[in-house]
Design a protein around this ligand. Structure first.
Ligand SMILES: Nc1ncnc2c1ncn2[C@@H]1O[C@H](COP(=O)(O)OP(=O)(O)O)[C@@H](O)[C@H]1O
Ligand SMILES: [Mg+2]
Length: 424
């Protein structure tokens, strides 16, 4: 078990370009932290620096409070769980798990090896599969064998580098929940790298968002979703993405946008005051078909009319699309945002989520309701979220942390009981 601390870590490769730039992060003992960001943002580099496969250009890396910058990978006692699981096809599951123990020749007796492997297999629910070969196992079982290897080594932490990215969507979903349950059960500190925001949101206690080697925000999934610090985090987290609508303050508590005038709460309007253009961030689900919103709720938002180009019906809900005509500046802004996020393009459109019962159809004007209490307003130049409520955000993360602490305590207790029963 270990805590891992990153203090101002920098990695410059040969050409001097900082692949990781001044990253500081405290990873608590037992925590499951996700590093997420678009391809090339430095996730693998950071992970490799932690495990010791990459030199640290500057900054300090501490494991359980001890500086380990100059320690060899094997002396850091961290286990990398690789994408392809690196299992030996000709060895049984038992021998695959035992492998790291046999590597340390003479250190473990045959009895000790048997005990460590069978204990790990029981935790991982692999007992019945110990005599099988990896080729005959499901993806999830293979993943568990790979984790079994890390467990018998009694590694202080697990490091995962995009372990699911080669799998199809369905299997990925299954494995995601397997890894998450396993990690919770074991309570072993884990750092998990992915470029997939869904994976990040569903797996992590806390998620660290990286952009071009720099940490943008570290928070619980809910805080990232509801209180993003900037345009990048707001746009990267969530699917379908947050809509960004250019707007100009127009009179009291009103923003003029390409889809019509929107009345917003006074506290938010104050943040936009004096700016020529702002970007309004609106998640698709902040909208609703106005005819389905009752009067009392309507008063808390703004109702407006906009042309819906088309709709997509998904059974449980539907999406409506509104296209708008951006000015050249706005188009450039959307393009540069898309480049940052490694997205193909950010279309000048607004996606709205509508109730499955909505009769709104494409090709007509529709009356929409917007929950303006939830919108965010961004500075288009700095990307800063002008309406972020840090206290509300901190509360969300505290809630997640205390839930998590309880889970870890329960997991530890369960493990101790298992050990005690085994010794009886
Ligand atoms: N061995 C290397 N030499 C030079 N540049 C590298 C090397 N490895 C990675 N990079 C560069 O560092 C940046 C971050 O890469 P990486 O950590 O692999 O990103 P990610 O895992 O987020 O996709 C990229 O610009 C990449 O081209
Ligand atoms: Mg990578």
């Amino acid at each position: 078990m270990a805590s891992i601390t990153l203090n101002n870590l920098v990695k410059k490769y040969g050409d001097g370009f900082p692949a990781v730039n001044n990253v500081s992060l405290d990873i608590a003992d037992g925590e499951f932290i996700i590093l997420v960001g678009p391809s090339g943002c430095g996730k693998s580099t950071l992970l490799r620096m932690i495990v010791g496969l990459e030199d640290i250009t500057s900054g300090d890396l501490l494991i359980n409070g001890e500086r380990v910058n100059d320690k060899a990978p094997r002396d850091r006692n961290l286990a990398m769980v690789f994408q392809n699981y690196a299992l030996y096809p000709h060895l049984t599951v038992f021998e695959n798990i035992a492998f790291p123990l046999r590597l340390q020749k003479g250190k473990y007796s045959e009895d000790q090896i048997r005990k460590l492997v069978t204990d790990a297999a029981s935790t991982l629910e692999l007992t019945e599969h110990l005599d099988r070969k990896p080729g005959n196992l499901s993806g999830g079982q293979r993943q568990r064998v790979a984790m079994g290897r890390a467990i018998v080594r009694q590694a202080d932490a697990f490091l995962f580098d995009e372990p699911l990215s080669n799998l199809d969507a369905k299997l990925r979903g299954q494995m995601r929940s397997e890894i998450s349950q396993m990690q919770r059960r074991l309570g072993i500190t884990s750092v998990y790298v992915t470029h997939d925001q869904t994976e990040a949101m569903t797996l992590g206690d806390r998620v660290a968002v990286l952009k071009k080697g720099e940490l943008q925000q570290v928070a619980s999934p809910r805080e990232l979703y509801e209180q993003p610090v900037n345009l990048f985090v707001a746009g990267f987290i969530g699917s379908p993405s947050m809509n960004f609508l250019p707007a100009t303050p127009a009179g009291e508590n009103t923003l003029s946008t390409a889809v019509g005038d929107i009345r917003i709460p006074a506290d938010k309007a104050a943040k936009a005051a004096g700016k020529k253009v702002v970007l309004v961030g609106i998640r698709p689900e902040f909208f609703e078909d106005a005819s389905l919103v009752d009067e009392s709720k309507r008063a808390h938002g703004s109702t407006f009319t906009a042309p819906i180009t088309h709709t997509e019906w998904l059974g449980n809900e539907q999406y409506g699309y509104i296209h708008f005509d951006p000015t050249p500046e706005v188009r450039e802004l959307l393009n540069s945002l898309a480049r940052d996020m490694d997205a193909d393009e950010l279309r000048p459109q607004v996606v709205v989520t509508l109730d499955a019962a909505s009769r709104i159809r494409g090709g007509r004007d529709a009356e929409l309701w917007l929950d303006t209490r939830k919108i965010h307003i961004f500075d288009p130049e700095t990307g800063e979220n002008l309406t972020r409520d840090p206290d509300a955000g901190a509360r969300l993360t505290e809630e997640a942390n205390s839930q998590r602490a309880e889970e870890i305590a329960m997991a530890r207790e369960e493990q101790e009981q298992q050990v005690a029963t085994a010794q009886d």
